[in-house]
Design a protein around this ligand. Sequence first.
Ligand code: AGP
Length: 616
Amino acid sequence: MCGIVGYVGKQKASAILLEGLKRLEYRGYDSAGLAVEHDHKFEIAKKVGRVEILAKLAAQQRLSGTTGISHTRWATHGGVTDANAHPHVSSDGRFAIVHNGVIENYVGMRKFLIGKGYTFASETDTEALVNLIAYHYQKESARPDTSRFLESVRKTLHHVEGTYGIAVLCTDQPGEIVAARKGSPLILGVGDGEYILASDVAALISRTQNVVYLKDGEIVHITPKNFSITTLDLTDVSPVIDRVAWTVEDADLGRFAHFMEKEIFEQPAALENAMRGRFSEDQSSANFGGLNLTPADFRQIDRFQFCACGTAWHACLVAEHLIERFARVPVEVDYSSEFRYRNAPLYSNTLFFVISQSGETIDTLAALREARRKGYKVMAICNVVGSTIAREADGGIYQHAGPEIGVASTKAFTSQILIAAMFALYVARMRDMSFSDGVQYVQALKQAPDLVRKALEQAPRIKEIAKRYARHRDFLFLGRLSLFPLALEGALKLKEISYIHAEGYPAAEMKHGPIALISETCPTVFFAPKGEIFNKVVSSVQQIKARKGKTIVIATEGCEFPPGLADEIITIPDCHEAVLPIVAAVPVQLLSYYIAAELGRDVDKPRNLAKSVTVE
Ligand code: AGP
């Protein structure tokens, strides 16, 4: 997704803008650009390619201004070209803009503006926006009590259908930025005599931990001395300054080759953070401060509905298994993008959950809004404090997993599963789970970080396996019950960072079609946990072997796997069934990571993907 960074302060803006863009690279993009304002003129550098290419281009220019805006573009309207890269400048040269989102009515805007003599140098929807601002500015008369700059942006946004996060410069108003959001995140960093605007905290955390989260429909006017926020209909907003809980070191790579590798190994700490302060005093249940529902409210709930996308949707499938297994309450799971349009019949006493690491996924935000429109309360399990989904939900549970920079979600996924396991306990203890069973369950969850540490010890062995299997073009991942979602997750991880085709299935389903794929060139990854289905999985492995398929088996310690049946065996520690999906995630995360690294893929910024999908 596009990234925005803006700066108003005393330092040279270009260096700060470039540093901020580097920290937004993980969001996925195809071109980058910046504009600084100096002596009532714009100095602009923009180019297809990585931020380092932009930095080289910028180094050839003076770019001496202390106010500027910058952008990483993930193409929606218009191809990947230098001309379509942001910033865009109005044809009268007075305004420069960067934009994240989609202007749905830009074609009509262009026609109107061309009729007024404005010209266009790109195919983007954004250029229509900046020319419309220029148009309103021309019409706006200067008044002592209002900013003509702010008013022209505000009036323009009233005409917009679609989504935006924008930052705008004006040559008549040096040292000022006007920014606004609707559907695309914008955060204002309040520094020491400076302001940093960004799509994501990671871009400003190196300069300040004091932030204001802009809400949809708000517009901020930043000047060298202060900032003010109003709504589009001119209602003043008193800004709330939050303090970000993490530091720039958390967003640094440290000793790791990629953020994905770092985040895989951060999982024990992320799991500890998810549990911190969230067990009842008698250690037999869980406590969540942000659900904003009383036990009496929960007594009325007799169904849960979960919505999410991608990996978060896999976490919903695990949540379904855990809540139905331990709390005996039915759970429905939907892709966010499907739920918002399929008009499913809903049960009255349903509590909705959405799961989203970024808290900005537009399909999940839309599903939340659709459920709330129908009068349902929605809880959000999110990793980004102050994100749009977190703020629009009726309550929720923050993951506190720390920033997840790698596009492929890892620590956020296992953190989501742990929170789901804790929630299942919370509900189960309000129903039929006994005190002693609750105490045992809590003790099992508390072991999760160490069990993941033990699973991570297999990393060198998994790296060796990855080297041997990296050139295959197809993989099958098979799992049952709570590990079927892990089969889906393993396939998704492999697909999204190594570009190898992979599919996840319930293990028994392979007989109904996928087994036709089996050959020596299509390895199968099996989850084979100890328990009542172990022998069933063994027989599935036998069926694969009988067809010369290669088998990589992920088995819990202590399982006697018939010799010669598995080409590779990766062991994971034996554990409580509520923790099993968390521990089982580690080998498939590592396998996909090492295969992608072996293939030399851009692991943290895989092609075509974005960390947070904020456009439909
Ligand atoms: C997972 O590795 C992918 N990056 C993607 O499927 C992701 O899980 C999905 O886009 C949902 O993102 P969210 O959790 O931020 O809503």
